[in-house]
Design a protein. Structure first.
Length: 305
């Protein structure tokens, strides 16, 4: 008899992993994936042909709006993955739901998930969970990748320390573009450029640095907007996707370092640099370096007033 599993929610990464876990746990000899509605006809043909195959098969249906007709003649597993809409079917043996994890100031569900990920891999992440969240935000896919690297490097049951995690996080670099951003915010142009050169020593990290710079500029623009509307700090932190202490200790001190026009100019320059980098244009690095210098000099001038 065909087994049906329903998966819904808003956390795409968790839904994907759950679907593939269901397929793996079914011990199916073959896993077939379909994107609905485009692949519906192909799924129908394949599932109806199950009786001709001696092997157990698992079908994963992505983007389902409802549960499609399912042939029940074999021993197959059908995993139906929808979005926010919760599907129902009397044949379902399980219905898994993955609502969006919230990063509330007093109840950070992402940090709780990080701790559970550690338990799943038999490591204790309590000492670095906050750092993982601050470094990657709500990107569960990125956080899971970082945790996997840490898990491979430590012994089972280990209590992971900052010294264990730091060399492995963010592409296994000694430091991240965050240090470059911190330096330019302090108006330390020479230090920012020195860190930039150091980060580029092991390979071309231009795209990584652009991403951090882009996030910083967008974050400052959002912060300016929230402050203009006099949004309370806790609500502003939630809107920015950071813990309240990060807002108070870091972001608020950077408010007003750049004008709105300057931030818009920076956003345009970084977008151009990103496109150039993806096209293999070496000029992307020059644009990025110039933007680091410009933002750093502006921040220094404001701090001197």
């Amino acid at each position: 008899m065909t087994t049906v599993v329903l998966i819904s929610g808003e956390e795409e990464f968790l839904m994907e992993r759950a679907a593939r876990d269901e397929a793996s746990l079914s011990l199916a000899s073959e896993v077939l994936e379909y994107r609905l509605p485009a692949d519906l006809d192909q799924f129908t043909l394949d599932s109806q042909a199950s009786f001709m195959s001696p092997c157990k098969r698992a079908f994963i249906l992505w983007g389902a709006k409802d549960v499609p007709p399912i042939h029940e003649g074999g021993d197959d597993v059908v995993v139906v993955v929808s979005g926010k809409k919760i599907l129902k079917d009397s044949r379902a043996v399980r219905s898994l739901k993955f609502p969006e994890l919230k990063a509330y100031p007093e109840n950070n569900e992402v940090v709780k998930w990080i701790l559970k990920e550690g338990e799943r891999l038999n490591i204790d992440l309590s000492k670095v969970a906050g750092a993982l969240f601050v470094n990657s935000g709500r990107c569960l896919r990125k956080i899971a990748s970082e945790i996997a690297k840490i898990s491979d490097a430590v012994s089972p049951g280990a209590v992971v320390t900052a010294d264990d995690a730091r060399p492995l996080m963010c592409f296994s670099s000694e430091f991240t573009p965050k240090e470059i951003v911190d330096s330019l915010c302090d108006g330390q142009t020479a230090r920012a450029l020195a860190l930039y050169d150091k980060l580029q020593e092991r390979g071309d990290e231009t795209g990584w640095i652009i991403a951090y710079m882009h996030r910083h500029v967008v974050q400052q623009m959002k912060l300016d907007l929230l402050q203009s509307k006099k949004v309370p700090d806790d609500e502003a932190a939630t809107a920015l996707g950071v813990p309240p202490f990060v807002l108070r200790k870091m972001l608020l001190h950077r408010a007003g370092l750049w004008s709105k026009d300057s931030l818009k100019l920076s956003l345009e320059a970084l977008c151009d640099a990103d496109v150039a980098h993806k096209r293999g244009d070496a000029n992307a690095r020059s644009v990025l370096e110039a933007e680091i210098v410009r933002l750093s000099e502006e921040a220094r001038n404001v701090k001197r007033r």
